[in-house]
Design a protein around this ligand. Structure first.
Ligand code: ATP
Ligand code: MG
Length: 402
C-alpha cells in the first residue's frame, strides 16, 4: 500500500471572500505548472480543499514541489481505501511509519457513514492497537503526539491522513500583481524577492552589471539566484543593464562622497523606466535600514526622490541574522556567498556620504546630463529568462559585447 493523494489546505486564501474562486484557480494553475514533471498527477477540488491525485507518482517527490508553492497552509499525505477494517488499519500503519522518527501517536477516527459498523470511539483503540502490535518502542500519547493519524469514514470510502506538513504560506503567485526586483548578487535582494512573491506577487528582475569590472561569473550568480527564486513562482525575466558607462561618468563627474548616492538614483530611475515599459507597478529592493552606508534614513530619502513608484522593502525592519536564516531556508545563501565583484563595490568610494541630502544630489546632478546615458543603458539591456530553477532562453544578441 502507498499514499495515493496529497491533501492541501489553504491558508489565508480561505478568508478571501469573493476573490476566493480566482485565488483557487490561480493556485490550481500554479500547481499544474509545477507538477509538469509528474504527468500522471491530477488535481481535484472540493469545497474547501484540494487533492493531488498521484496515480502512481512518487508521493515524496511531489510533496517537495508542493511545499514550495505559495498559497498553501499545510499538506498531508493521504490514502483512500475501501471501508474495510483491515485495509484502514494497514493504511494507518503506513501513515505512522512514514513519519520518520515518530515515537508517539494518536488515532482520531471520524465516521460520517453511520452504516460503518464500528463507532469512532471504538475504532481509535482498534487501530491504535494494530499500530502498537506492528512497531517497536512506540507509545500512544493523546495529548502531545508526534503524529496524529486521522481516519475519516465517509460514504464513498475511508480516508487516512497523517502529519500536517507545513506549506509555504502566503498567496498564490500572480494574484497580487507584478514587481521589478532589483537583484544584486548579495544575500538580501533574493530574500526580498522571495518574501514579495510570498504575497502573491509575480517578479521581473533587473540587474546592473559593469563589465569588465564585473565578470561573467558575477552575472551568472545573479542568473542562478533568479533561477532559484523561480522555483517558488513563475517564470522570471531578468533585465541585464550594462551600467559601466554610467558608473564611469559618475566617477569622473560627480564628487566622490556622492557617487554612491547618485549611482543608486540612476539605478532607481532606470528601474522605474523599465517597470513602466513592462507594465510593472512597483519596485522591490533588499534594503534593510542601517545595514550599510546607502541604507541610512537620509540615503533612502535622497535615493527615493527620483521615483514615485511604490518601493517594496520587505527586509527594512529585519536583522541580518533573520535574513540569513531565510536565505538558508530558500537555498539562496550558498549562491549569494560565492565570491564575486558587485558593480557597487567596484566603484564604491572609500568614504561614502552617509547623510546625503536631496538638495546636494540635485545640485551635483544638474551639472551633468545623464538622460542620454540612461536611455542608452536601457536600449542596450537584454533579457535572460529563468523558470523552475533553470535558465530557459537566451535572447541576448549583445551578450558577447558585454
Ligand atoms: P544585497 O545583499 O541585496 O546586495 P546589500 O545589503 O548589499 O543588498 P546594497 O548594496 O546597499 O545592500 O544594495 C541595496 C539594494 O539595492 C539591494 O538589495 C538591491 O535590491 C539593489 N542593488 C544593489 N546592487 C544592485 C545591482 N548590481 N543590480 C540590481 N540591484 C542592485
Ligand atoms: Mg549588495
Amino acid at each position: 500500500m502507498n499514499f495515493d493523494r496529497i491533501m492541501i489546505r489553504y491558508g489565508e486564501m480561505a478568508l478571501k471572500g469573493k476573490n476566493r474562486r480566482s485565488f483557487e484557480q490561480k493556485l490550481q494553475r500554479n500547481l499544474i505548472r509545477k507538477l509538469r514533471g509528474f504527468p500522471e498527477t491530477r488535481i481535484q477540488k472540493t469545497r474547501d480543499r484540494m487533492y493531488i491525485l498521484l496515480n502512481g507518482e512518487d508521493p515524496h517527490a511531489v510533496m517537495q514541489i508542493c511545499q514550495k508553492v505559495f498559497g498553501i497552509h499545510s499538506l498531508s499525505f493521504a490514502v483512500k481505501v475501501e471501508k474495510e477494517e483491515e485495509l484502514i488499519k494497514q493504511a494507518a500503519l503506513l501513515a505512522f511509519e512514514d513519519a520518520k522518527g515518530a515515537r508517539t501517536f494518536k488515532v482520531s477516527a471520524k465516521r460520517t457513514d453511520k452504516n460503518f459498523p464500528i463507532s469512532s470511539q471504538d475504532f481509535n483503540p482498534i487501530v491504535g492497537g494494530y499500530i502498537l502490535k506492528n512497531t517497536e518502542n512506540v507509545t500512544v500519547d493523546v495529548h502531545n503526539p508526534d503524529v496524529e493519524i486521522k481516519i475519516e469514514v465517509r460514504q464513498d470510502a475511508a480516508y487516512v491522513t497523517a502529519q500536517d506538513l507545513p506549506g509555504a504560506g502566503g498567496l498564490p503567485v500572480g494574484t497580487t500583481g507584478k514587481s521589478m526586483l532589483m537583484l544584486s548578487g548579495g544575500i538580501d535582494s533574493p530574500v526580498s524577492g522571495y518574501l514579495t512573491m510570498k504575497r502573491g506577487v509575480e517578479l521581473e528582475a533587473i540587474h546592473f552589471h559593469s563589465p569588465p569590472y564585473t565578470s561573467d561569473r558575477a552575472k551568472q550568480k545573479v542568473i542562478d539566484l533568479a533561477a532559484q527564486l523561480s522555483n517558488y513562482g513563475t517564470k522570471i525575466k531578468i533585465h541585464v543593464i550594462p551600467f559601466t558607462a554610467i558608473q564611469q561618468k559618475i566617477h569622473r563627474e560627480m564628487p566622490e562622497g556622492y557617487s554612491m548616492t547618485i549611482m543608486r538614483r540612476m539605478m532607481m530611475r532606470i528601474s522605474e523606466q523599465l517597470a513602466e515599459r513592462e507594465g510593472v507597478l512597483s519596485i522591490t529592493t533588499g534594503e534593510s535600514l542601517g545595514q550599510v552606508a546607502s541604507q541610512t534614513m537620509e540615503s533612502m530619502n535622497t535615493i527615493n526622490e527620483v521615483t514615485n513608484y511604490p518601493i517594496i522593502r520587505p527586509l527594512v525592519a529585519m536583522d541580518k541574522l533573520e535574513i540569513i536564516d531565510i536565505s538558508r531556508k530558500i537555498d539562496t545563501y550558498d549562491i549569494s556567498i560565492r565570491p564575486y565583484e558587485d558593480c557597487c563595490t567596484v566603484f564604491v568610494p572609500k568614504a561614502p556620504k552617509t547623510k546625503p541630502t536631496r538638495k546636494n544630489a540635485n545640485y551635483y546632478e544638474s551639472n551633468s546630463d545623464f538622460s542620454q546615458d540612461i536611455a542608452q543603458a536601457i536600449d542596450q539591456s537584454y533579457v535572460i529568462e529563468v523558470e523552475d530553477g533553470e535558465q530557459i532562453q537566451q535572447k541576448d544578441e549583445f551578450s558577447d559585447l558585454f
